[in-house]
Design a protein around this ligand. Structure first.
Ligand code: HEC
Length: 120
């Protein structure tokens, strides 16, 4: 079983299987659940198989959206700003991604998504 959970001090094994987004492996080098078993196949093969099974669901779209935004942010790409603000503004993101108070950045304002007291 591969070590897929990264903590501050260690990489540890975990039985959970992430939402498969093999396109994130191809584009960003992020491991995907499909190729954890199908080690002899490429991530492009897994993405093609998934594509044949139907359009991506909300969880896979979210995984791709996050990979695009956070990778751009790590690379200090100015395009990350709009992508991160768009994530913060979404009502379907976990509370930890939304601002506790309105944020204005680059001419856009993202309202507070939830009051701080309702956050976990
Ligand atoms: C827990 C292990 C495991 C994971 C995770 C897994 N698979 Fe599989 N997959 C298998 C096994 C076992 C088979 C059956 C292989 C056989 O019959 O020879 C299989 C079969 C397949 C086949 C048919 C293979 C063929 O040659 O016809 C495809 C396509 C496939 N998987 C795609 C995927 C995709 C895409 C993902 C990610 C969404 C995925 N698998 C995740 C274990 C896994």
């Amino acid at each position: 079983m591969p070590r897929t959970v990264f903590s501050i001090k260690a990489r540890i094994r975990d039985h959970s299987i992430s939402v498969p987004a093999p396109e994130n492996s191809t584009r960003f080098g992020i491991p995907n659940a499909c190729n954890a078993c199908h080690e002899d196949k490429t991530s492009a093969w897994a993405a093609k198989a998934l594509q044949a099974w139907g359009p991506p669901g909300p969880a896979r779209q979210r995984a791709v959206r996050h990979a695009e935004a956070f990778t751009a942010a790590r690379q200090s790409d100015p395009a990350a700003e709009a992508a991160l603000l768009a994530i913060m503004a979404r009502a379907d993101e976990p509370p930890s991604y939304g601002p506790t108070r309105p944020v204005t950045c680059g001419g856009s304002t993202v309202p507070a998504s939830r009051p701080p007291s309702s956050r976990r």
